[in-house]
Write a protein that binds this ligand. Structure first.
Ligand code: ACO
Length: 367
């Protein structure tokens, strides 16, 4: 049975920064309160010309370049997002087209902030089963587009960004070692975005009622998160036949510094083993784990051969944890320049659209 290794990674974070002081000019809050309650100092907000798909494409190309894997070799693309480009088509299909992943299947996965763990596990299991060899998993969000900038309970929390992993089959032991995924829909109403779906299709009333914004019972989410972060970590470790002593690094979902601290206490692990960057990004939802992982790697905190746990929670309610041995690129002589593939993808997309247009003209004549 092949192993599923993480062989490439990349992020894309919009440059514009929104500080706590900036938010204090919009709602009744202050830097001290936000830092004290969440640990957040600033977050990045997408420019108008950026979106969930553009951030996803950028992060993906970096991950593929690092893995030295041509987009044409991908078998599967999963985009995890709670702020997809559209309800449909799937953002994953837009990424597939824009990177030129000619033979990849593509779909979106919605498990809120736990999504990246779910998606990585799904891709790893597809590789482990032998049905595919190469997968691209992306967590991408522009939640700033769904935040009520008049609601101080939520607008202080979220930021935009994307992170991507390439997963590849190898006979060498390692890679994704275990994962657990959980849900409890009885808590669905604690964190919602109700408008625009089948239950509340967009109308003037849904807009006036603020149904297109994120609504959250912060305290309930906080209590739930502190309960499940530690237990999911232990569960996944047990499945991998490991204990907390075997873990080099925990990369938790970055929602709130206090939630991470509580998990560390529950697991009796020092905070130094936890990657924390919520102070500079805020909660980027499903993108937070890959962004934190890539930053840890770039700082030298996360190294090849390290045993890591990714653990997260989110709307749904959902939660999960995944244990992996961090690998890195599979040695190869070739070098993939993704810029060439991007160019090829644009041309390919243009010709396929033109062909479809011409086909349309002829089929109308035939009728
Ligand atoms: N600035 C100043 N005061 C505020 C603010 C603010 N931004 N927000 C709320 N307050 C006030 C409240 O009105 C309240 O005042 P009151 O006591 O006079 O009524 C007081 O501060 C305490 O409010 P709480 O909501 O009880 O504050 P709490 O300590 O719970 O912190 C927070 C709020 C930060 C949102 C916290 O509950 C939290 O982090 N929850 C988890 C949220 C989370 O992780 N969400 C993401 C889930 S992942 C996903 O799927 C997207």
């Amino acid at each position: 049975m092949p192993y599923a290794h993480i062989t490439g990674w990349g992020t894309s974070v919009p440059e514009p920064v929104l500080t706590n002081d900036d938010i204090a000019k919009m709602v009744d809050t202050n830097d001290e309160w936000i830092r004290g309650r969440t640990g957040i100092r600033e977050r990045h907000i997408a420019r108008e010309d950026q979106s969930t798909a553009t951030l996803a494409v950028e992060a993906s190309l970096k991950a593929l370049e690092l893995a030295n894997l041509a987009p044409t070799e991908l078998d599967l693309i999963i985009v995890s997002s709670s702020s997809p480009e559209y309800i449909f088509p799937a953002t994953a299909c837009l990424v597939q087209d824009q990177i030129g992943a000619t033979k990849a299947g593509a779909f979106d996965l919605l498990a809120a902030c736990s999504g990246f763990i779910y998606a990585t596990n799904m891709a790893a299991q597809s590789i482990r089963s032998g049905s595919i060899k190469n997968a691209l998993v992306i967590g991408s969000e522009t939640l700033s587009r769904f935040v009520d900038w008049k609601d101080r309970g939520t607008c202080i929390l979220f930021g935009d960004g994307a992170g991507a992993f390439v997963l590849q089959a190898s006979d060498k032991p390692g890679g994704v070692l275990s994962a657990v995924m959980h849900s409890d829909g009885s808590g669905a109403d604690t964190l919602t975005l109700l408008g625009g779906g089948a239950r509340h299709p967009a109308t003037e009333t849904t807009v006036l009622e603020g149904k297109h914004f994120i609504q959250m019972d912060g305290k309930a989410v906080f209590r739930f998160a502190t309960r499940v972060m530690g237990s999911a970590t232990r569960e996944a470790l047990e499945l991998a036949g490991m204990t907390t002593d075997d873990v080099d690094l925990i990369i938790p979902h970055q929602a709130n510094y206090r939630i991470i601290e509580t998990a560390a206490k529950y697991l009796k692990m020092p905070m130094e083993k936890f990657v924390v960057n919520v102070d500079r990004y805020g909660n980027t939802s499903t993108a937070s784990i890959p962004i934190a992982a890539v930053e840890a790697f770039e700082k030298g905190t996360l190294k090849s051969g390290n045993k890591v746990v990714f653990v997260g929670f989110g709307a749904g309610l959902t939660w999960g944890a995944l244990v992996a041995e961090w690998t890195g690129p599979i040695p190869t002589k070739k070098h993939v320049y993704t810029i060439q593939y991007r160019l090829f993808a644009r041309l390919r997309s243009f010709f396929r659209r033109a062909l479809r247009f011409i086909e349309g003209i002829f089929s109308r004549r035939e009728l």
